[in-house]
Design a protein around this ligand. Sequence first.
Ligand code: URA
Length: 438
Amino acid sequence: MRAVDIIIKKRDHLELTKEEIEFFIQGISRGEIPDYQVSAWAMAVLLNGMTPREITDLTLAMAHSGEVLDLSKVVPIAVDKHSTGGVGDKTTLVVEPAVAACGLAVGKMSGRGLGFSGGTLDKLESIPGYRTNLSREEFLAQLKTLGVVLTGQSGDLAPADGKLYALRDVTGTVQSIPLIASSVMSKKIAAGAQAIVLDVKVGLGAFMQTLDDARQLSEQMVAIGRLSGRKTVALLSDMNQPLGCAVGNALELMEAIDTLHGGGPADFREHCLTVASYMLVLGNKAPDLDAARMMAEKAIASGAAWEKFRELVKAQGGDVATIDQPERLPRARLVKVLEAPADGWIAEVHARRVGEIAVELGAGRAKKTDPVDPAVGIMVHVKVGNAVKKGQPLFTVHANHETLLKKASEDLLASLAWSHETCQPLPLFYGVIGADQL
Ligand code: URA
């Protein structure tokens, strides 16, 4: 078999066999297929799609490209969550410790920023010393002793996805239902959790722009979860405007810390409580969503969730002093508040543009080898539906270069759409796929 023939077959709209998919994925993980062929194949998949059978075979091949953990040997039941990627989405940083504080084990492998969307690992690495490269043994040991792990894809878990993900980020091949479904679910299957909550973002700042696409992706992922014996539920959540206020690594971490202390923006807090509730029900910790929500609220109000987060940071080598005193986290040199030029109502805060502007400031990558600047980013002070008075703060820009600050300021003002009449606020969620498993 030759990689080039598999690329040609996909280019010509033909269905790949299980053997061809396995050959290609094994070739990626062994480093035998060069980046240019992997990229060409990813583009062919993006353009020509895959059948449900191909997507399942691709997911399983990627999950089995490394080790598949069996967490049932370590904890009675473990739950996992995964977001398909958005702007300002720091949910994991709050829900993982909150759920773990309720006594349900959470073991998670997170990703880095992808395109305009942020990544949990980049946010966590704002904490000096925090290790995101735990080995399999460390992952299992920490899950057993602490009940919570938040690490990156270690080399031995779904390695093919790790390589493919980094290439897709810089070759314009992220927005593909087969590639996203297989990427997310291969990691979930390899990480071994028996219950999985998927946070599928939809809208201007998501890889899925329409509700139809988001539904299709969710159905595909829930079906793969079922086939591999995992209870899987997908929440369809809004990503037309950024979630919460902070966009940028250390800024988002600070907002998550606030939320763990019982504060945080209302939309973000509500989003976290909903995701945590589904995790608690799916993981058999709570009989229904109302009871689960009360548990999650209590974990935050009592300080137990915050304490769990501290333990997590400590266990993974992070400097706890920087989260106890977030003012010690990386800070940008230049901070500028952008004010409303006139009265009006906010009709749109274009999440994708805000995400792209944060990347241009240095919070994300243009090429896979680029470093990220943990300090830079944007605080978004307005939401769709808000009535705004002239002079009111719209954004605060945190930058490390004058020219980038100037450009970001202009672009941010252009990312808003205004109305002269009242506008409806956006909902947080649009639906749930797989609710029959609750
Ligand atoms: N999240 C993932 O893990 N993979 C994708 O492809 C997109 C979002």
